[in-house]
Every structure is written in C-alpha cells, then in structure tokens.
Design a protein around this ligand. Structure first.
Ligand code: NTF
Length: 871
C-alpha cells in the first residue's frame, strides 16, 4: 500500500501506534479524556448526554483502529469489492450495537495474543457497563440519550441496515453508500387522535458515529447542455456535458462493526454543500444576496428524506437526490478502482454494485457516461462492463411504487443521461426485434420509454433490468410474482435465469441479543453456548426443540415473555401520559396482539381495527343479553390490541385509519362495563428503538396484507425470532416462515394470491353481499359509535369497501380473519402448553431468516465475492 511517509520515519509511526482500550480501566481513562478534551467538560458538568457522547467517542476510537486495519487489509488482498447503494439506511441507535459487536481485545494481528475473557459473547458490554457504574453512570440511561439514525421509511431501509451488519460480520469487503439527510423520517405526534408530523433534526448534538471526510468532495453537475466535437453527430460518441448548476458532495463515514470479528466496514453518506465558486456577474450587478441564496440552495438536496413508503411522488428534488448520490458514489468507486491501474475490462471482476430498488438506477447510466465520455471506451465495451457490474433488487409489485420519471424533467436535469438512456433503449429494442420480429406490442411493452398519451416517461425498473446481470425479488412468492406479472416480458427476452430470489433476513445481533437480552441468555444457557456462537450459526437454535415440551423450561420461557410484556407496559404507560391502561396483575393471561409497521391500505390495519370493533360489539351484546362478565371473558378473554406506525404525510386514507384506531381506543378503554378484558393502544412514533422494546413483548403479531401485495415483510421474522406467534395471510415471507417453523405453529387465513384478480373482478362487476360480521362493524362506525365531532368522519374507509370495489379485499378475508382470531384466543387461554411449545419451536427453526444467510446467497449467486478474513 502506498504512503508518503519516508521509510526512515515509519519506525517512529509504528512505535507510537494507537492502541485500543481492552480493560475497564483503560476505558475509564479514555472516557475521561474525551469528557475533558473532546467535549471540553469536566467532572462538574458531565450529564447523561455528555456521558453518552464520551462513551461513544471512546468506543468509536476502538472501531476506527479496526476500521483502518480492515481497509488496509481489503486493499492489500485485492479481492472483489461490493457496494450496496441504498437511498435509505434505517440504522437506529449505534452504541449498544457497537458494544455487542465490538471486540475489545487487541487484535491478534499486532500483538499475537488475546485475552480470552474478552473474546466471549458479551464481555465488552459487561465491562463497559461496570466501568460506567464506577464512573457514576447507568449504562441503560446513557444508551437512551442516543437519537435514532432514522434515515429510512420502513422495511427497505431497515433491510439495508441489517445487510451492512451481516456484510461486516461475514468479513465481506463491502461498503454501503447513501445520503446523509439532515432530517430523517419525521417524528409522529398524535394530537386528538390525528397524526401530526414534526421534523426529526437528528444532528442537533453532533453525531459521534460519523467521521467527516472534508477532503473527499466530489463536484456534481445538473442541467446545462451537451456538446460534441465539430461534425460529430452520433450520441454514441464521447460527448461533453456542460453542467449548469454545480454542487459538492462531501463524504461522511460511519464505521460498521461486525460481530466477533475485527472487520469494521464503512457506510459512506453524502452531504450536499455549495461550491466555493462564486457568481461574480451577479455580485457585480449588486445582487450579492441572490448569489448567496443560490449557493445555499445546494444544501437542500440532502436536507430531507422523502417520507413515502411503497409510493413514488416524482418530485424534481427527489431525482436530484438520486443523481447526486449515484454520481458521487460512482466517482468514488471509479477513483478507487483506477488506483490499481487494472484494465477497464476487469472492472466487473473487481466490483459488484447492488441496487436497492430502482432509486439508484441512474448509477447505471452514470457509469456508461463515465466510460464513454470521460474514459473514451467504445460504447459496446462500456455497456458490457456496466451490465456485468450491476444487479437489481425489486421490492414491490405495486404500480404506485414503481418509479417513472417524465422524459422532459429527466432531459432537462440530466441532458446527457437522457441521450444515453435513449441509446440504451435503442440497442435493447433492436435486440428484441431481432429475436421477436414484428412484435410491435412487445416492443412498446418493454420499451424503457413509456409512450402514454401526454407525457413520456422513463420506466426505471426496466432500465434497471436491462442494465443488470441479475434481478432478484425478496421472498419466493414475490420473486415468482415479478416473473409472472410486471417483468413477464423480460423473462421471455432474457430467460428465467436472469431472475432469482433472495429471501430477506434480519440481523440476530440487534433483533435477538440486543432487543431481548433475557431470551438471549436463556437460549445460550439452554443450548450450552456461553459465547453466543449461535448468533453466527443460527442452526444451533434447533437444539431448543428438545425442550419445547419440558414444563420447567416452558416456565422459564414464559417468564422471559412476561418480563418483556412488563417492559412494554412501562413504555405504553409513559407514552400514555403516565396513565396505566394495562392490568399488570393479569399480564400473564393477557394476550398482547401487535401490528406495528407503516400504515398502508394494503397492509390492512383497517381490517385489524374492524376486528377489534367486532370483538367489542360482541362483548357488549353478550352483556346486554344478560351474560356475566365471567361468561364474556370465557368467549373473549383478556387482550391488548397494540398498533403503531407512520402514515405518509399526504396519504389521506392511512391517516384516517390512525384516527379510527385512536377513536376506538378512547371508547373501548373508557368503557368500564367490559372491565379490563379489552384494551387498545396506538404507540406514537414507531421507530427502530421502540421496535426493540415492542417486538420481544408480543404474544401474537399481525402480518395480514392482501395476498400478493407484501413483497416479503421483515418484522414477521423479528417477531418469530422473539418467540411471538403470527396471525397472517399467505403472503410474502409468511410462506417461507410457515415452511421453516411448521404450519402448526402459525395462524394462517384468507384468500390466496392466485385468486386475487378474480375476487377483484367480482367486486367490480357483481355487487356481492358483504358478510354479516363486517356489516355490523360498518354500521356501528357509520352511526358514529366512534366519532367525536364529525359523524361521517370515517365514511371514506367504509365506502372504499362498500362502494369502491374493495381493492384490498377486506370483505373477502374478514370472516376467516375473525374465525382465526377466535382460534388464537382458544389456544392462548385454554392450551397454554401448546402455545408455549409453538413459541419455542418457532425460535428453534427461525435460523433461515438471519440476514447472514441472505448475504451469503447474494455473495455466491449474484456478486461472486469472497470474505476477506482478519488473520
Ligand atoms: C418493501 N418495499 C416491501 O414492501 C416489504 O415487503 C419488504 O420487506 C421490504 O421492501 C424489504 O424488502 C418497499 O419499501 C418499496 F420501496 F419497494 F416499495
């Protein structure tokens, strides 16, 4: 590896080499030096926030040492590098995760010896917890000081976060590339039952986890025009793009520690800055204010994350974000490649780039531009390199989420890229025409340019397929669906081998060890794995099966669940203004039924709340008919129905669902007649750190999307990993979860995806009778049973089912949903041993859903990349 330091000086460098702390005492020393030097504070003004900052800085120092060594090692070994391009990384908090993953031992590379005790599962966390105590702080309180890094909307962004954890853990030379938004996903407040969005200015107190790389600044152009040498007509020839607006992309790096390895990878996030160039003509015209304002406009590019999940809005600033990020990342990747002076043809052997959905599709076009315009490669040679480098992951089949950009907008913002897209399309359509002559319909169906009446649009998914060598879906059912629906023609053109499946996964470090320390401890004791090796090899969990029916083990298992339910009850009390709605006395016999995820009609939170209303009405009817409360409890035993999730700010129906949940909660929780048999709560501001409390506390969680709409889902995996059972439709990864854990251990219901088209057709053309149970619920809602001021407030929710074709098929699945909920009640309350057995068996067989398995599959079948292990 190159260096500017003269040979005779290097010895001195080695003599003063920085060292990691590896004992509690060394940590304490570090901590205090950060309080004094980094924060310029002291013993007399170190509050919890300062203690969090100093702890994080100290831990970061350790990570940076390993980060540097990892980068040197990966460069020296020269293996294939993987780049994961994602517009969202929903990281959550970093400190606790670092404490769990980090190795405090001085790595074997330089010292050649390791302190055995420090390589054990949880030792570094325990050590720091004790040291913090000695310093006068409680680790748990310190961890609470950290704001979530909420740079994502939901599943897609959280998947990226789990993937970078697994990439580091598997020792892959892999970087994530994203944007450093100043505002993450908005914070959700619930005011009078309505969602209110407030800005999430997460960088308020400086972020100890980022390393600002002021020296890495990439100029990025927008607008302008294209210039070609005199007489050159062809757009295929090297061309000059004369940009009209220029901003700088500045790098910020976040160290990503692997678990039980000294590999620390990098997540590079770009921040937009004005250039130092100054418009002197404006200035000279006395327009100083305007010329400064124009400069400031640059910062707006990375100001805010677009808050839509499974929906694309098509705003110019969003396209600017996408290109800004793609161009900066590719510039960085190409610069690193060029250092090695390898021929361009070896680019795909050195580099794999994974596109997380179509958001980074412009990277395909940008690489082609770099190769043709700047590096002067022949068009076809360049295109061969491009397609061998990229692979694309699709995360949805829903039309409203598929990206399309107006040709007019794209051509104005990125004129050279628009030419290149036309040329890509031209060669592609020519090849199609050759294989399927005279099929004009096919040509117009697969064209990158959609020629709809009015404005022409660029179909980003098609561009991503054409520019990639592999396309994958995120669960088996979904990967089959994309082949038979939205990408059907492309299967015909490229053959089925280009399309593959990699079922999603989650990291067991955060979602088991960190979120559920009690369960993790019980597991490691039970399977006799004191060093937590099962977190790397989840097949070890199958050992648990042996104990599934052992009564004393079941008791311990249940105790952990009750502990976690109490922890959630505390959170709910705090969020409810200190008012406790959960009867702690009976918490063991209270079923916690949870649905937390983005609010979306396709995810059917409306069906869940209709189910709650149905239950409530039935209970009231029984009481009115003279039943005793004991009799009611017999049929409708204790239950807390918990909701949580954000709606996109402009999504009217989703916001109405939130309001309905809160209105129902108010009525039900305030009804003393039903005593404590039913409670409803909407958890405001659902995010990663709340999920870490909520997930371990579920008895039952709901994954009830209309069949064929949820590509995978990942919270389903999290709940199962924490011993919760699932009520769900035959959709997304629920199918594989069923296969892995066994169909006896999951409550499936509802119509299958192959029947959805026909059911929708029936709704459109025959007014089919709605089930009694649902009509009863709708009547109550329509008659204002849950309305406060405006009786017809919830009418749109009813109408969409009754009069607008019931697109999400609530009426078709409602009865089987209610019947299945009834079965759940029976098993939970009457057959507790059966329930606990199902819970244990679920965890025993959840191993497949570790994101480590996903990453191995991507590495083997898509990237052809190998780990680079520390010696
Ligand atoms: C989401 N897609 C899907 O809706 C989830 O089912 C899936 O688990 C995650 O991706 C992760 O794969 C999107 O957010 C998007 F953008 F594609 F619509």
């Amino acid at each position: 590896i190159e260096t500017n330091i003269p040979v005779q000086s290097r010895e001195l460098w080695n003599k003063h080499k920085v060292k990691k702390f590896s004992t509690g005492e060394e940590f304490e020393e570090k901590f205090i030096s950060h309080v004094e030097w980094t924060l310029a504070r002291s013993l007399y003004n170190c509050d919890d926030l300062a203690a969090y900052q100093a702890t994080s800085q100290s831990v970061r120092d350790n990570l940076v040492i390993d980060w540097n060594k990892t980068q040197q090692r990966q460069t020296a070994r020269g293996g294939k590098r993987v780049y994961y391009l994602s517009l969202e990384f929903l990281m959550g908090r970093a400190l606790d995760n670092a404490l769990i993953n980090m190795r405090t031992d001085t790595s074997t590379e330089d010292v050649g010896e390791t302190d055995e005790t420090l390589t054990k599962g949880n030792t570094s966390r325990e050590m720091i917890k004790n040291a913090m105590k000695e310093l006068g702080f409680k680790l748990e309180d310190i961890l609470e000081q950290e704001p979530d890094a909420a740079l994502g909307n939901g599943g897609l962004g959280r998947l990226a976060a789990c993937f970078v954890d697994s990439l580091a853990t598997g020792n892959y030379p892999a970087w994530g590339y994203g944007l450093r938004y100043q505002y993450g996903i908005f914070a959700q407040k619930i005011i009078n039952g309505y969602q209110v969005e407030t800005p999430d200015y997460w960088l308020n107190f400086s972020n100890p986890w980022e390393i600002e790389r002021a020296e890495i600044q990439v100029p990025i152009n927008f607008y302008g025009y294209v210039d070609r040498p005199q007489g050159e007509q062809s757009t295929l020839a090297p061309s000059d793009w004369i940009g009209g607006e220029r901003v700088l992309a500045m790098a910020h790096d976040m160290p990503i520690p692997g678990f039980k390895t000294s590999t620390v990878n990098n997540l590079r996030l770009w921040n937009a800055k004005p250039t130092t160039e100054f418009d002197f003509s404006k200035f000279n015209n006395g327009d100083y204010k305007n010329s400064v304002e124009q400069q400031q406009r640059a910062e707006s590019i990375t100001a805010v994350l677009y808050p839509n999940d499974n929906f694309e809005q098509g705003k110019e600033l969003r396209l600017k974000q996408q290109y800004f990020w793609c161009a900066a990342s590719l510039h960085d990747i190409v610069r690193r490649f060029k250092k090695n002076k390898r021929p361009w043809s070896e680019f795909p052997d050195a580099i794999a780039i994974q596109l997380n959905d179509t958001h980074p599709t412009m990277a395909i076009v940008e690489l082609q531009r770099i190769l043709v315009d700047l590096e002067k490669l022949d068009w076809h040679k360049a295109w061969d390199i491009v397609t061998k480098t990229f692979a694309y992951t699709n995360h949805t089949v829903m039309q409203e989420a598929l990206e399309k950009w107006p040709v007019q907008l794209l051509g104005r913002l990125l004129p050279r890229h628009m030419e290149i897209i036309y040329d890509i399309n031209w060669f592609f359509l020519q090849s199609v025409e050759k294989r399927f002559p005279h099929d004009m319909d096919l040509l117009s169906r697969v064209s990158i340019i959609e020629e709809a009446a009015g404005d022409r649009q660029v179909r980003m998914a098609f561009l991503a397929i054409i520019g990639s060598h592999k396309v994958n879906g995120v669960a088996e059912l979904h990967s089959d669906l994309i082949k038979s629906t939205i990408f059907q023609d492309f299967v015909k053109i490229y053959g089925a081998n280009k399309f593959t499946n990699v079922t999603n996964g989650i990291t067991p470090r955060r979602w088991l060890k960190q979120a559920n320390p009690k369960l993790a401890q019980l597991i490691s004791e039970t399977i006799n794995d004191p060093n937590d090796d099962y977190l790397l090899d989840m097949s070890k969990l199958t050992e648990l099966s042996k104990h599934a029916e052992d009564e004393s083990f079941q008791k311990k298992w249940n105790d952990v669940k009750q502990f976690n339910k109490l922890r959630l009850a505390d959170l709910i009390k705090r969020l409810n203004g200190g008012v406790d709605i959960i009867d702690r006395e009976h918490i063991r016999n209270t079923l916690f039924d949870i649905q937390v995820k983005r609010i979306h009609e396709y995810k059917r939170q409306q069906m869940n709340i209709f189910g709650v209303i149905h239950r409530y009405l039935e209970m009231k009817e029984l009481l009115e008919a003279g039943s005793s409360i004991e009799d009611v409890a017999e049929k409708y035993p204790r239950k807390v129905s918990i909701f949580g999730g954000k709606s996109a700010p402009g999504y009217y129906m989703a916001k109405l669902i939130i309001k309905l949940v809160n209105s129902v909660a108010e009525v039900v929780n305030g009804d003393t007649e039903i005593q404590d048999l039913l409670k409803v709560f909407f958890i405001p501001d659902y995010n990663v750190s709340k999920a870490e409390i909520i997930t371990p506390a579920s008895d039952l969680s709901e994954h009830i999307s209309t069949a064929g709409t949820e590509a995978s889902g990942t919270s389903n995996m999290k709940f199962v990993m924490n011993g919760g059972l699932i009520i769900g439709t035959v959709d997304g990864a629920n199918v594989e979860i069923t296969r892995e854990i066994g169909e006896d251990n999951i409550f499936l219901f509802g119509n299958l995806s192959e029947n959805v088209d026909e059911l929708r057709y029936n709704h459109q053309f025959h007014s089919s009778a709605l089930p009694e149970s649902l009509l009863k619920v709708m009547d109550a809602v329509e008659n204002g049973a849950f309305s406060t001021e405006n009786i017809s407030e919830f009418k749109p929710l009813i109408d969409s089912i009754k009069h607008q074709g019931d697109y999400y098929l609530v009426s078709d699945d409602f009865e089987s949903y209610i019947a299945t909920q009834h079965l759940v009640d029976q098993v939970y309350h009457k057959e507790k041993k059966e329930w606990l057995k199902k819970s244990v068996l679920s965890v025993a067989n959840v191993g497949f859903f570790s994101s480590d398995r996903c990453i191995e599959e991507y590495a083997e079948t898509i990237w052809n990349a190998e780990p680079v292990k520390p010696e």
